[in-house]
Design a protein around this ligand. Structure first.
Ligand SMILES: [Zn+2]
Length: 443
């Protein structure tokens, strides 16, 4: 009853107030997830042609790039022609930002700073129409777990300020929003108590934060079954999944989205390795040096957002690696193409002297505002200290580090001892993955 009121009245009203179109897109994505493959492909091809043509006509960055590579928008008739186009990196876009790589749209826009997977802050301009599409898919991915708007939910997040409109939306949607900055035992106990007292039925949030919550639940003998857990943000490791499913007696539905305003894929729950790719919003390719790898093979993930928006992203290398799937159909009946894994966001957890646990997103949340720090890696070898390696830009000053250090102490644990070292570069792992946190201290 309340759920249908949320879907029919409150959410559309929210769209009206926020001047967004989330519910319109949700309706479109809900219907299209069962379309025959041919129809999906037709729609993808059409949107891609339009996106490439607009990018070429209106965005100097793409026009110059395609001219240099001697490709024309008319060479791209559909998604199978994507490999004809050059790969676009954050470094390239950063140099062209904002005038060279953005365009005007009739919608309001915002600049989003994302640390993405390279660690260095990167700014993407996203307009409200693109954001509405991504938000619709965030709702849909949670609906994959059986959730409906208005069903009481605990959500962990990194926002310190939620804003009036979001606060109101949380209340109406019965979302209890809690911080993933502090995940010490006493805080986790409070979150578990909220689940109990408010009768929350779903938990959504960063994989690591939900894992720590589940682990704590088992440690203290918390015994309450949930309807589902929806995760995002970093790898849903197998042992995380097992722990969560046992602690809360429900399935884990992992999803993959990126800070650049794209919701890439989500699990329908049929098994642990199946993700449906939201192919009408963004096309994922798995490549090595720009060339597609075979289905099921590990490849660098390239994303192409199928609406040009304020800043087109075409064959954009996000910095993650993953695998497509050779499997054609899913027993759930959805026809969206399948992904079998996202392997790129390796992660670890720092344990502090006071018992707080700092997940990778904790450090992202702090470093994304440190514009003079190009890259970072946190290494923990002893329980009471961390060593932070940073790569800095020429304008870097000692005070910039001081701010970061103070934030880690203030939000993480004041008893933590922190050493810092400026390095020339932080090498990738042998697997070509980047590790931001490497802790050998067990928790
Ligand atoms: Zn499925």
């Amino acid at each position: 009853m309340y759920s249908s009121m949320c879907s029919r009245v409150l959410l559309p009203l929210g769209d009206l107030l926020a001047r967004q179109r989330v519910m319109r897109y949700l309706d479109y994505y809900q219907r299209s997830q069962y379309w025959p493959r041919e129809r999906l492909l037709e729609e993808m091809d059409r949107s891609l042609r339009e996106t490439v043509a607009i990018a070429y006509q209106e965005v100097p960055f793409y026009r110059d790039l395609y001219n240099r590579h001697r490709v024309s928008p008319s060479d791209v008739r559909g998604v199978s022609d994507l490999p004809k186009l050059p790969v676009v990196s954050k470094v390239m876009l950063r140099e062209a930002f904002p005038d060279g790589c953005t365009r005007r749209t009739p919608h309001v826009w915002d600049d989003y700073s994302t640390s993405g997977s390279t660690g260095r802050p990167f700014i993407v301009r996203v307009d409200d129409d693109t954001m509405s599409r991504a938000r619709a898919l965030m709702l849909l991915r949670t609906m994959f777990a059986g959730w409906r708007p208005g069903v009481p939910t605990l959500q962990t997040g990194m926002a310190t300020e939620r804003g009036t409109l979001k606060w109101l939306k949380d209340r109406l949607m019965r979302v209890t929003y809690v911080s993933a900055f502090d995940l010490s035992d006493s805080v986790l106990d409070r979150y578990l108590e909220l689940i109990e007292t408010r009768g929350l039925r779903f938990v959504t949030g960063y994989a690591q934060s939900v894992y720590l919550l589940a682990k704590r639940a088992r440690d203290i003998g918390f015994n309450r079954q949930l309807d589902g857990v929806v995760s995002w943000g970093s790898n849903m490791f197998r042992h995380y999944r097992r722990e969560i499913e046992e602690a809360f007696g429900c399935r884990v539905y992992d999803s993959y989205g990126v800070g650049e305003g794209m919701q890439v894929s989500a699990q329908c729950g049929v098994d642990d390795e199946t993700y449906h790719q939201f192919c009408l919003h963004v096309v994922a390719e798995y490549c090595r040096e720009g060339e597609p790898v075979k289905a099921g093979e590990l490849g660098e993930i390239l994303l192409t957002r199928l609406d040009p928006g304020a800043m087109p992203l075409i064959r954009y290398t996000i910095g993650d690696v993953g695998r497509g799937s050779a499997q054609r159909a899913c027993p759930c009946g959805r026809t969206l193409p399948l992904m079998s894994s996202i392997d790129g966001r390796t992660s670890d957890i720092v344990v502090t002297p006071r018992g707080n646990r700092l997940i990778v997103e904790f450090f992202f949340g702090i470093f994304q505002y440190a514009n003079m720090i190009d890259n970072f890696q946190v290494i923990q070898e002893k329980p009471d200290s961390i060593h932070v390696k940073i790569v800095v830009l020429p304008e870097f000053e000692a005070s910039h580090w001081q701010i970061v250090r103070d934030q880690i102490l203030e939000r993480g644990d004041p008893d933590l001892s922190i050493t810092m070292e400026i390095v020339e570069e932080i090498p990738l792992e042998p697997s070509r993955k980047r590790r931001f946190v490497r802790s050998s201290v067990g928790f």
